[in-house]
Structures are given as structure tokens and as C-alpha cells.
Ligand binder design. Structure first.
Ligand SMILES: [Zn+2]
Length: 191
């Protein structure tokens, strides 16, 4: 498994990688095995420190991503947008099937205990601050940070964490980078 794999609308998930994914369950959600092991450790450390985090979404099959995509586009059209505007709006926070990190099992959307959906306000919570400070130690990064929207092509998502391995996560987090910048600056060593 390539834990530094770049997945976005220009770089869809490789079908061989998708078909060979090994998944494990964490809080009843599917996650890639190594990412899952690290995630369990992260969650139990959080719990020891009185922080209760909930995995809201993790691995998604291509079919499931397609269903989410169609549902969101129709929702926007019902609220009055034409097809092209609906697609443009949905594309800011939801990837097309095959272009989502959730298709790799390496991405998890996280919220507070009791949350049923991701929230823009998650960043204000103590749970989010704790997660931001400790995720890298377990190999996870905040994948779509604020002020990096132009590079990632995705709006700030305080809930979306991505497993990249501890070494890369530390460099990314200490350097204030996003994954694209890391791959660019460190490509000789890592690719
Ligand atoms: Zn996500």
C-alpha cells in the first residue's frame, strides 16, 4: 500500500490498489488495516485524556460514493440550482466516485461523540484541537487545511483526516504543509 498516494479529481484511485485494499473495522467503520491500527491507538489515547471522538465516515466503495454524489447534486437542484451550478457547488466538498480519498480506506471523517454528520464548526471544539495536536504522532494529517484551498482544490474540512504514516505526517504537520506541497518538496526522497 502506498500511504502517500495522491487522490484527487486529476488523480483517481488506481483500480489495482482499490481491488487489493485490506480493510479492518474501527468503531464499526471500515479503514485500511495499518491506518486502522494507528487510528485505534489514537482513539484510545484520546479517550484516556477525556476526549471522545467519533468516526463519522471512513472507507467508501465506488458505488457508495456515486450514490452520495447523485444525492447531493439532486439536493442542490431541488433547491433551485441548474445542473452545472449544482455540480460545481457539490464538487467543492465531495469528490466524484474514484476521486475520493475515502475510496482508499486511508481517510476518516471525525466529529465529537453524539455527532451524526460532519460539521464546519468542529474546529471550534476541544476535541478538534486535541486531534489537530496529536494526529501526526499516529500518522494522520488534517488533509484540507485552511489557506491551502488553492492547492488542494477542496474547501477547509476540519473533520477530514488522512493516514500518510508517522514520518510524513510529522514533516507535513511541523512544516505547515499540505500533502501536495509535501509530495512536491520531498518527492526525491519519497517517490
Ligand atoms: Zn472526508
Amino acid at each position: 500500500m502506498d500511504y502517500l498516494v495522491l487522490v484527487d479529481k486529476f488523480n483517481p484511485v488506481d483500480i489495482k490498489l482499490y481491488n487489493s485494499l485490506e480493510l479492518t473495522e474501527v468503531q464499526g467503520k471500515l479503514v485500511e488495516v495499518q491506518a486502522g491500527r494507528q487510528l485505534r491507538m489514537l482513539l484510545s489515547r484520546a479517550q484516556e485524556e477525556g476526549i471522545r471522538l467519533k468516526i463519522i465516515s471512513a472507507y467508501r466503495s465506488f458505488d457508495y460514493q456515486q450514490m452520495l454524489w447523485e444525492r447531493e447534486v439532486s439536493r442542490e437542484m431541488w433547491s433551485g440550482l441548474d445542473y452545472d451550478s449544482a455540480i460545481a457547488k457539490v464538487a467543492r466538498t465531495l469528490a466524484l466516485p474514484g476521486s475520493s480519498e475515502h475510496n482508499t480506506g486511508l481517510a476518516v471523517d471525525i466529529g465529537c461523540e453524539g455527532d451524526n454528520d460532519v460539521s464546519d464548526d468542529f474546529y471550534r471544539t476541544k476535541e478538534s484541537r486535541w486531534l489537530c495536536a496529536h494526529a501526526a504522532q499516529y500518522g494522520f494529517i488534517l488533509r484540507y487545511p485552511r489557506l491551502k484551498e488553492q492547492i488542494t482544490g477542496i474547501d477547509f474540512e476540519p473533520w477530514h483526516y488522512r493516514y500518510v504514516g508517522s514520518e510524513a505526517a510529522k514533516l507535513i504537520s511541523d512544516g505547515g504543509l499540505c500533502l501536495e506541497e509535501f509530495l512536491h518538496f520531498y518527492s526525491e526522497k519519497y517517490i
